[in-house]
Design a protein around this ligand. Structure first.
Ligand code: CA
Ligand code: CA
Length: 251
């Protein structure tokens, strides 16, 4: 009864927000294409179906469990997406290759989600301002994205971790910093809103969605992932409007 009441309130109140919610459905592979604008600001290339690359605005990376024997896993890790400056220029996206002399760093724009870090060699990114080197104008580097299950701040109810970064040129080319961008990684693949897991988002997903929101601990990882429609890692009231937006779009 409570669940049904919630949904009626939501459907009556608002079918708004997040016009781009369906963008977050994509689970892209490939590397992040690193380049610059014509004006000399570092940037990544958006996803292009003809020349696929990983677009942080639309893609979600996949973490895999690393079990230190005996199980359960003590960390989740990914080495994809990597960073690659060797993509072709794409003037239609104002995307151009880096020039000789560039020295590109990945810098945390804000603190990363708890228990999450990025590592390359001995360099770690956890907090705002932390950085690690990506390389030169022809860089192609796969850093490690790590979620530490032994960290006291690790929350097993979370299905997705993220960090917001900028690209910083410390070389002679002196390109301007990129705009901040967020890289998201999930421990499970799912279609946002498809809580029943049958491949479509429809009214049959409403009651399961509400059930996950009311008691996320009782749901499976796949159900929590699907119900986390705004992809911030948790199932909360903030997921209601984006969920309704997907339902409406499919209706
Ligand atoms: Ca479904
Ligand atoms: Ca959420």
């Amino acid at each position: 009864m409570t669940a049904k009441l919630h949904v009626h309130i939501v459907l009556g109140a608002s079918i708004t927000l997040l016009a781009g919610a369906d963008q977050l459905l994509g689970q892209h592979t490939g590397d992040i294409a690193v380049g610059r604008s014509a004006a000399g600001q570092l940037k990544y290339k958006p996803f292009d179906a003809n020349y696929p690359c990983f677009d942080p605005a639309a893609g979600i990376g996949l973490l895999i469990p690393i079990p230190d024997p005996p199980a359960p896993p003590t960390s989740w890790r990914a080495t994809d997406p990597g960073f690659d400056a060797n993509f072709d220029p794409a003037p239609e996206y104002d995307f151009y290759s880096l020039a000789y002399g560039a020295a590109i760093y990945l810098v945390a724009y804000e603190d990363m989600t708890p228990a999450f870090r990025v590592r390359y060699g001995s360099a770690n990114i956890r907090y705002a301002g932390d950085s690690l080197p990506l390389g030169s104008d022809v860089l192609h580097r796969h850093v490690q994205f790590i979620v530490d299950c032994d960290d006291p701040a690790y929350d097993p109810l979370r299905t997705l971790w993220y960090g917001t970064f900028i690209l910083d040129d410390r070389g002679s080319t002196q390109y301007a910093d990129s705009e901040p961008f967020t890289i998201r990684l999930s421990i499970v693949e799912c279609v946002a809103g498809d809580v029943t897991g049958d491949g479509t988002v429809d009214f049959e997903d409403i009651n399961p969605f509400v059930a996950v929101m009311v008691n996320p601990a009782a749901a499976t990882v796949a159900e929590r992932c699907a119900a986390d429609v705004d992809r911030d890692g948790y199932v909360t009231f903030a997921d209601i409007n984006p969920f309704v937006a997907i339902l409406s779009a499919g209706a």
